[in-house]
Design a protein around this ligand. Sequence first.
Ligand code: SF4
Length: 127
Amino acid sequence: MKNIKLRPRCLPNPDDPNHVEQPLAINNRGYLLPCCWCDERVVTNSEKFKKIYDVSKLENFDTVEQLMDQPEWKEFENDLIRARDVGDNLEKINGVCIHHCKEREEIDKIKVETTFRDGKELKKETK
Ligand code: SF4
């Protein structure tokens, strides 16, 4: 997995002050997820993701903050931050995160998203 630069959309982007973070998601089984892209059986059942999924049933907590304060969620976030800032731990990162949140080169583009505000182009992102 060399030469992959990760830009987790669920975290602040140090290079883009206008970055809007990908929101959390809740699946129809009552589990909190880091984002909607994680809501696939193949992801929630995967060995890497199971650790966080197994502790994320909303009914077991009074608040979302309480749920996210668990070590599993902290580790998930810290791994993404390290992957973004240092990049030496990509083997710990879920495939879904690599797929959706790696920086894409020209040849690897899947879409270009243009954001407008008040009729003016704010930014153009290659995804
Ligand atoms: S795919 Fe992973 S890195 Fe990307 S927004 Fe979702 S949880 Fe964050």
